[in-house]
Structures are given as structure tokens and as C-alpha cells.
Design a protein around this ligand. Sequence first.
Ligand code: NAP
Length: 267
Amino acid sequence: MSITLDLSGKTALVMGVANSRSLGWAIAQQLLAAGCRVGFSYQGERLRGELEKLTAPHPGTWIQQADATSEDDMTALFERVSTEFGTLDVLVHSIAFAPRTAMEGRFLHTTADDWNTALNVSAYTLVSAARHAEPLMPNGGSIISLTYHASRQVVPKYNVMGVAKAALEAATRYLAADLGDREIRVNTISAGPMRTIAARSIPGFGGLYDKGARNAAFGRNATPEEVGKLALFLLSDLSTGVTGQTIYVDAGLSIMTVKEGSPESKD
Ligand code: NAP
């Protein structure tokens, strides 16, 4: 189903598109379809070609390399935003990372280095991006990020990423309070399991995905397109009264223990 929202004249920065399966790309597609001007940042030169291919059919888009943990890269990125757009209406943070070692063993054995890396990349970068965006949003704006239910319930092997997502959700509320006077909204979308590069790096993700599909209220997982549509709502003037929230798009997975009739309900 196509949604017609008019974001022409609006400007957006999307951080964290690795390929066409990325949730950041699902969101960008909705923004582009709504007529928004969109710039993209990517972490490493390895991803440049992929992003060039994705954005080529969309006139007016631009891309810039930026490691979100580098203050120099972030300064250069937001200077580019200022040069290209003047002001910014929309910021999409779709970035997460935890070292593999932190997701293989017991949570108890998380090292300080792995903890710091996961929380720095997956949570602090939202704070940093919002700080850089604030001066470019004189007329208000909307900032979103992506989180996951492991912030609230234990998901095996998600480990320190669950803590990082809890930090991201708390940071969303504190940022929303700080930026509220300027009518800059800050929300986070809690997405159900989706097959992306980041998800594939989580040990046991395949089983988690299949179990989600069996036990969600809808009897299926939510889709990246559904994430994109919720994002479009949060990034548009339809949601001007909404800030500081964690909003689920998971086909009703998080409200269920097991779905009646699923194999798990018969154990
Ligand atoms: P993805 O396509 O792999 O996107 C993650 C992006 O984060 C990649 O482009 C990655 O770049 C980037 N990134 C990592 N470290 C970075 C850094 N230091 N600076 C800049 N960019 C960095 O996977 P995704 O699933 O769409 O993930 C997007 C967001 O959705 C994440 O916050 C994730 O936790 C969240 N989420 C995903 C699911 C799911 O099931 N897929 C569910 C709920 C929430 P590189 O490839 O260069 O590392």
C-alpha cells in the first residue's frame, strides 16, 4: 500500500545504510517517496559503492563517509549538511555495533572494552548526532533511532547490546527533554527481528526470527517497509505531539508469551 505524505521542502540526514536490506534504507525510501531531500552517511569506504548504487536513481541525494564515533567525522558531516541544506528537519540514526566476543559467551563475562564499544557506537552516537543537529534545526525537527525489545527482556546472546538499547531508549527521553523547548522531537522505533547484516551477526538470530514469526500476534514478523512507514509518521507533522517515546513495530511480538497454536504453545 502506498502512503502519500508530502515532505517536499524538508531535509533529512540518514546515518547507517549498509545495503538495500538496512532499516535505514527502508526509512530513506519512504522519505524519498514523500519528496524529502536526503543526505546519507556511511561508516567505511567499503560501503561507498553500495550506497552510490542505491542513491543513484534519486536526484539530489548525496553521501558522505562518517564514523559516528569520530568527532572530526561528525563535525565534517554536519558541515556538509549545513552546506547542502542550510537547515535540517529530520535525523535518522540507524547505527549499532557490538564486538562478536560480547555476544558469544555469558553476559557476566562482558569486558569493559566491549561494553564501552557497544554503548559508544550504539547509544552515545545518538547523543552526539543530536548535539550536532540541534543548531541546524532552528524551526524544530524530528530525530529517530532504532531499538530492540532486548532492552526490556533478556534475549539470549544479545547481551551487552540489550544494555546498549536500554541506554538508547533512556537517552531518547533525556534528549527529548533537552530539545523540547525547540520543538525538536526525539523518538525511537523498537523493531521486531528483521534479516539485515547487523542481525545476521547476532548468534542464533535465525531461530529468533522464526520463533518471532510463529508467536507474534499477527503470526508473522513485521517488515522493514512497516518500519519505514512508522518512521515516516514520526518524521512528519502528523506526529508533532509525540516525543521521548519508544514505539514498537513488531507485528505484536512483544505483547505475547506464545501464540496459541504455535509449536511453543504445545510444549
Ligand atoms: P545494518 O544494515 O547492518 O545497519 C547498521 C549500520 O550501522 C551499518 O550501516 C553499519 O555500518 C553502521 N555502523 C556501525 N558502526 C558504525 C559507526 N561507528 N559509525 C557509523 N555507522 C556505523 O543493520 P540494521 O538491522 O538495519 O540496523 C539498523 C538499526 O536497526 C540498528 O540500530 C539495529 O540495532 C536496529 N534494529 C535492527 C533490528 C533487526 O532485526 N535487524 C531489530 C531492531 C532494531 P558498517 O556496515 O560499516 O558497520
